[in-house]
Write a protein of this length. Sequence first.
Length: 389
Amino acid sequence: MSDNKVQIFDTTLRDGEQVPGCKLNTKQKLVIAERLDLLGVDIIEAGFPVSSPGDFTSVNEIAKIVKNATVCGLTRAVENDIKVAAEALKYAKRPRIHTGIGTSESHIKYKFNSTQEKVIERGVAAVKYAKSFVEDVEFYAEDAGRTDNEFLARVCEEMIKAGATVLNIPDTTGYCLPEEYGAKIKYLKENVKGIDKVTISCHCHNDLGLATANSIAGAINGARQIECTINGIGERAGNTALEEVVMIMKQHPYLHLNTDINSKLLYDTSLMVSESMGMMVQPNKAIVGANAFAHSSGIHQDGVIKNRETYEIIDPAEVGVTESAIVLTARSGRAALAYRAKKIGYELTKLQLDEVYKEFLNYADRKKEVVNEDIHEIMKTVSVAAAVA
Ligand code: KIV
Ligand code: ZN
């Protein structure tokens, strides 16, 4: 694997599916898992097998059908969780157990009523036990975002000694700033013995809208796995959006970070997940929102019609969107109207366009958007335009 490759760990079916109202049945999960494999994700976190018989079955069935990706199951640092996850993953070509424990002061004190030493002991025991079933064991230091860096470095070092192959540094509460999260990863790279033998993973939540920025900051500072979900769905404000981190790395080649994702499948995959979870994508969502490649103001439309690159940094075809949309509203100018009229069969002279545009504005003031049928109607009412139809 190249030093610059960032592995994409998709947790749509685990952290994403935890969202209220997003529950999927096994059949739906299998369809999504197959699509994620086709999309080129490196790891699919298929579920939390001990959490319910349904989740166990889903992980078990997904493990059977996934051809390329590693299939991963989540556990707490609890023997029975790990045993059940190993059983669920037994048919996977590449199984991974993802185990861990909270490491922040608040988790140690309020969740476990424990001490730092005992938390390390539990983590080490969990990693060692998971290793007795599978070679690939990922350890998560829950709430690492709010964990003191020195203690976190000790935790990481002990988990490497116990056999962890991947160290997940979650910003569980979405608290960190990008600089702070990047510095945390850098600190671990520089202060943990054996760190170069393992992969550091970013797992960021979006409580302050910084999940994507934090994950990229992590990768810039040496992390080589990003945990994310399609459409950024996940607990509370969600997880890092897969489509965003992938396109950031693609659009900024000087970062020298790349993935194996087939970006042309991003839009379709987003639709598939949104429809099966019944979770609408906000129209202004980066990369996959309905308005991500739609232009409605006259100034922008004029620019895009002359050359798409004036207002678009991504070719929509790169993410599987057929073309940029020119939306006709009261803010549109003559260029946009002429462009759309031509597309539906009306070649207008300057004089004709002036007359049609006046009537168009009357329509546009009454409606949110002027559609093709409206333009046909406008052509009927305008004397010069009728002649060109
Ligand atoms: O956000 C988090 O800390 C998690 C862990 C369980 C990996 O989802
Ligand atoms: Zn999470």
